[in-house]
Design a protein around this ligand. Structure first.
Ligand SMILES: [Zn+2]
Length: 256
């Protein structure tokens, strides 16, 4: 036994020298390089930095459910007005471009649209970023409408909200450092309720905490919003969101 242990120690050198050691170190460096490249690629795709004509991804099609890499494909709409116009089209959404309002002191918008309906429901929004408009249209068509029919027995005919653009900081931060809300760049929408084809009214304020079908519907559709938005927060997040779902397409991710 002793002889075996001695033999093992002798055959496992602490520092590898020679060609084998150099090869291994080169392999580790190459591994780090690949990881750095992958992280860089992930970041630029997430930020929609690559112009659409150079992107390896097909342009977003709002009518396709379960679209792959949907977050990156929505991000490509951020700075590209022509792509936005091509992607946001009836019957998935009725949207028209809004003139840019260059961001000053953290407030303003770029590549925004006005909406009159989306996902088969009437939805009147004055100024909202192209990215959020695309996310809303897909969420309504592929998540909200099917769940409304399955859980409540009727389609949604209109969507109510509490606003998009507001030049203000994030509200209710525990550590009170001032930072602009995504609402300050029209990159967020606060959804508050739904009217169904049978006249039924479902609101976050009234039905979220219940135990009926309305509550089930609200919980199911909110849980499915995370796929289309970076931040999808509702009444469980804090008291400021007790009457609406806040959906935005900012840099950070938070779903609750
Ligand atoms: Zn909000």
């Amino acid at each position: 036994m002793d002889g075996e242990h001695k033999g093992q120690r002798a055959s496992s050198p602490v520092v590898e020298r020679g060609p084998a050691g150099r090869k291994r170190r080169f392999g580790i460096r190459r591994g780090f390089l690949y990881i750095a490249l992958a992280l860089g690629f992930f970041f630029i795709m997430r930020q929609g930095v690559i112009p659409a004509y150079l992107s390896p991804l097909p342009a977003l099609d709002l009518s396709v459910p379960n679209a792959w890499l949907v977050d990156w494909r929505i991000a490509e709409l951020k700075r590209d007005r022509a792509l936005c116009t091509r992607v946001l089209k009836p019957p998935q959404i009725s949207a028209s471009p809004v003139n840019d309002n260059p961001v000053k002191d953290g407030c303003g918008w770029q590549n925004a649209v006005r909406i009159s309906n989306a996902g088969g429901a009437s939805l009147s929004v004055g100024t909202v970023s192209c990215e959020v408009a695309a996310g809303i249209a897909m969420w309504l068509a592929h998540e909200v409408q099917p769940r409304a029919v399955a859980v409540l027995g009727a389609r949604v005919t209109s969507v109510q909200h509490l606003g998009t653009y507001a030049c203000r900081n994030v509200l209710g931060r525990k550590f009170n450092f001032a930072s602009r809300s995504q609402h300050a760049t029209a990159n967020a929408l606060d959804v508050s309720g739904f009217t169904l084809a049978n006249g039924r009214q479902v609101t976050v304020a009234r039905h979220w905490s219940g135990s009926g079908a309305e509550a089930r519907f609200l919980h199911e559709i909110h849980a499915r919003a995370c796929r289309y938005f970076r931040v999808a927060i509702g009444p469980e997040y804090n008291a400021l969101h007790k009457d609406h779902f806040h959906y935005d397409r900012g840099l950070f991710s938070r779903c609750k």
